[in-house]
Unconditional design. Structure first.
Length: 239
């Protein structure tokens, strides 16, 4: 792989900012192939060099994966003249890495959104042949019933003829307003809103909690992001 500046390599793991990397170097805490590095502009091949920070090998990844707790009001796009995008929630350093959202949530939907610059894996995860379970918390107007659950389970056909795969609807509370967990195995445009709208229970609030084997980190506040851990990145391969 092409050589890159050490500060860029180390900061790309998400554990340190470039400013922190400089400080670590000044304190002699970064070793490149066995020698302390003071100048973080020095270049190395991140895949073949041995880089230690405080004695720990740096776990370098070619691609970056980020989990974002998307708030309402942001578009799942990299650029859009119609308003702020989820990229606006990331620092400039990350935006420069060419991250894009893996799939879409509606502007008013909150919750788990992955961003990456790993085009190949993102493409595989999004492929319509790859049925990844996605779990949403939903609040609706009107009382959800067992008949609604049965309609979800049977696979609904929407007013425009669109056929949906069987989906899960687990009622949490039912009343004038209801709460439920919805599990989809696909991601059609406004799918949950359209399914529940057709059953006469319009969506008031929607939040994605889980995608495949990845759950929204409960410690992640709305609008905040964190890097996926090494374990989570490995989990993506069995999504
Ligand atoms: N279904 C919807 O209607 N909206 C979303 O954002 C996701 C699923």
């Amino acid at each position: 792989m092409e050589s890159q500046r050490l500060d860029k390599i180390i900061a790309s793991t998400g554990r340190f900012s470039r400013r922190e990397v400089k400080l670590l170097a000044r304190q002699g805490r970064i070793l490149l192939d066995g020698r302390a590095v003071r100048d973080t502009a020095e270049k190395a091949d991140p895949e073949s060099a041995e880089i230690l920070v405080d004695g720990e090998p740096l776990c370098y990844r070619r691609c970056t994966w980020v989990m974002l707790h998307k708030p309402a009001g942001y578009l799942s796009a990299t650029e859009d003249g119609r308003g702020p995008t989820v990229l606006d929630l990331l620092p400039a350093e990350l935006r420069r890495q060419g991250l894009f959202p893996v799939g879409r949530l509606d502007k008013d939907t909150e919750g788990l959104l992955l961003l990456t610059n790993d085009g190949q894996l993102a493409h595989d995860l999004l492929s319509p042949r790859h049925h990844v379970d996605k779990v949403y918390y939903v609040r609706t107007a009107g009382r959800l019933t067992e008949a609604d659950c049965a309609a979800f389970e049977a696979g609904m056909t929407l007013a425009d003829g669109l056929r949906c795969l069987p989906a899960g609807l687990e009622i949490l509370t039912a009343g004038e307003e209801s709460e439920a967990l919805v599990t989809l195995r696909e991601g059609k445009f406004h799918q949950i809103k359209r399914m529940l709208g057709q059953l006469g229970k319009p969506v008031l609030y929607l939040k994605r909690l889980r995608m495949g084997n990845l759950t929204l980190d409960p410690a992640l506040e709305k609008g905040k992001y964190r890097f996926l851990t090494d374990k989570e990145q490995d989990q993506l391969k069995n999504f």
